[in-house]
Design a protein around this ligand. Sequence first.
Ligand SMILES: [Mg+2]
Length: 194
Amino acid sequence: MKNKPVIAIDCDDVIISTAPNIIDYYNLTYGTNIELKDYYSNDEQIWGADRNTFMTRVYTYLSTPEYQSLKPFQDALATIRELSNSYELHVVTARPDSLADITKKMLNEHFPDTFKSIIFTNHFSDKNISKADVCSQLNASYLIDDHLHHAQIAAASGVSVLLFGDYPWNQSTTLPDLITRVNDWQQVRDILLN
Ligand SMILES: [Mg+2]
């Protein structure tokens, strides 16, 4: 039997809404005024704390029952299930190993027996591995990701990228040929399942 083509799929803000929820919680809890455009900023003034402290706060929030009870994007559920018939699917997330258990629990609850592996690239630490390297190890044909940085490095290594969503951190006037912008899972479906 011929192997299915491989797709690497990002988790945060692709499968499930993350940044908007973190920002709402963070502003409410710590009295800050962070906006969506500031989400990837390292400015300690904006976060009202040093980097270690604000990263710990963010990871603590992702571990709460409040965040854990959130559902993936509605159209991700059906489309990912459908994709799994024709593709080998892996989740490749920038999250750290410390969030592995809760992340796997969330994904397995909503997508049972769907992903062949769930890989943590520890992007925000010195254990960081690049998503381009992970795509190459997986022999991935596609990466679905919302961040321009991951999209660009993966495309530079020959992976076709679906740049997901309309977010402040993925705006660009020009994109390489291998990067296609998609607004939602319906557009992912149109491209990968037609
Ligand atoms: Mg993401």
